[in-house]
Design a protein around this ligand. Sequence first.
Ligand SMILES: NC(=O)c1ccc[n+]([C@@H]2O[C@H](COP(=O)([O-])OP(=O)(O)OC[C@H]3O[C@@H](n4cnc5c(N)ncnc54)[C@H](O)[C@@H]3O)[C@@H](O)[C@H]2O)c1
Ligand SMILES: CC(=O)N[C@@H]1[C@@H](OP(=O)(O)OP(=O)(O)OC[C@H]2O[C@@H](n3ccc(=O)[nH]c3=O)[C@H](O)[C@@H]2O)O[C@H](CO)[C@@H](O)[C@@H]1O
Length: 478
Amino acid sequence: MTDSIGLYGSGLDESRQEAALLNGEVPVAVYGLGKMGLPLAGVYAELTGNVTGADVDPGVVASVTRGECHVDGEPGLAELVEETVGKGALRAVDDPAAAADGARLHVVIVPTLITDEGQADLTIVESVVEDIAAGLQEGDLVVIESTVPPRTCEDVVVPRLAAESGLDRGEFGVAFCPERTESGRALRDIRGSWPKVVGGVDSESTRAAALVYDQVTDNDVIRASDATTAESVKVFEGVYRDVNIALANELATYTDALGIDVREAIAVANTVDESDILRPGPGVGGHCIPYYPYFLFGEFDVESPLLRTAREVNDEMPAFVVGKLASLLADRGRSLDDATVLVLGGTYRAGVAETRASPAIGVTETLAANGAAVDIVDPMLDSFDEFDATPVEMTDSYQTAYDGIVLVTAHATFEAFDWAAFDDPIVVDTRAVLDPDAIAHDIYPIGGRGDVDIAAQTRSPPAADSPADTAATDGGED
Ligand SMILES: NC(=O)c1ccc[n+]([C@@H]2O[C@H](COP(=O)([O-])OP(=O)(O)OC[C@H]3O[C@@H](n4cnc5c(N)ncnc54)[C@H](O)[C@@H]3O)[C@@H](O)[C@H]2O)c1
Ligand SMILES: CC(=O)N[C@@H]1[C@@H](OP(=O)(O)OP(=O)(O)OC[C@H]2O[C@@H](n3ccc(=O)[nH]c3=O)[C@H](O)[C@@H]2O)O[C@H](CO)[C@@H](O)[C@@H]1O
């Protein structure tokens, strides 16, 4: 094995550095082989032929070592993992420190969550940084792809690497290069759906990271002024989305008072470039969007009333949904405390088997707290421990007399749902996906149905990047 090459502070010319990256002379370690890490490790392995993936979950490591893909719903990923493991370009280990030993490019893509007190939880990132420090060599580059609060690279990563490795700042590089990737389209996004942002703790870190990502992405590479700016870019994308969804949700609560279809009004408002209002729903879940606001107002001494209020609006939506069902039941002389309710969908959005911060958790808890007997069905889930509800299968001969059915997550599999099997439930459709002409029950769509065909009423379809198109394609399926 020829001596490995470090990119940071390399005296080699850039074309030689690129060649070294592409021929495996820059061994790569990817820390975290989850929904984002496995696709990323696969792309790096395809590019460089020399990647060690590290994950603390032995099941994940065993699966990858067998050339198998434990991440569902990612087109092309199973084939990429099988191919790169099969040819020795990707291997997996369950000891991050072992992966760090010998690697010259370290890519961190482990979870960053929040504590119960509403602060960023960087314990996993810090643990990985310490593992990397044990194997850090002069000339190494450390890339953080995990979403972190601004200033993490400056105030946490660099000092810990220096302290634990014995190297001085300036002997190794650190850059933040955010994962702008959505579950369900990870390989496409990693390879270049959007420009890649890189920002280093010094100009040499930025240069080295830009050289790497110029090879990874087919899109542009935007060099931010520094790591903190790049960290802020990612968090700003997320908080923008949370505030925008909160606006859509608050507008949806005007539906009955105004007597209009709010989703229609939003779609038509979005025919001007200045408007790009997203879609109402039952709340905001996942381990990204609901958490990123805390990476600002939970970390810095700034009031941030807008971000806090947006969080409150979105977190209140499950209660709004249940309140709507309660009032519709009351119109029938019924009350929640003697009602049976079926919840359709437990994951935070359609097609993704993830329940973190899922609105369905709040919906089931609020229903149960009001005395309802709650069942839940989600074909993507095996475990329902986080829900205050009894899991049932779509194939079950359900009791057919549910008083209410709440559609929280619009999985494609629910298109086969046998609505005719049910006597006379009130249906609350939080995603406005149900067709009232095809289902003979009372349906209340949160925010209205959005029945407007803008394309049919415009002389030319909206410009490719207009909000109308963006809204239709933005952010995958809700
Ligand atoms: N999921 C998304 O849609 C998405 C999109 C963009 C960015 N992100 C960000 O990517 C990061 C990872 O998210 P994810 O969805 O891949 O998470 P995930 O939960 O799917 O996977 C995380 C993986 O990290 C492993 N892990 C935990 N501790 C570890 C350690 N000390 N060393 C090595 N591996 C460890 C876990 O075993 C797991 O396999 C997060 O910062 C998230 O904010 C996620
Ligand atoms: C900036 C951005 O685009 N970031 C995306 C986002 O992806 P995500 O997987 O977290 O999913 P979202 O689509 O953001 O949904 C979150 C929740 O909001 C609900 N929702 C959504 C749109 C809407 O109009 N109305 C809604 O109610 C939805 O049901 C769900 O509960 O974060 C990832 C990590 O940073 C990014 O990589 C990815 O690009």
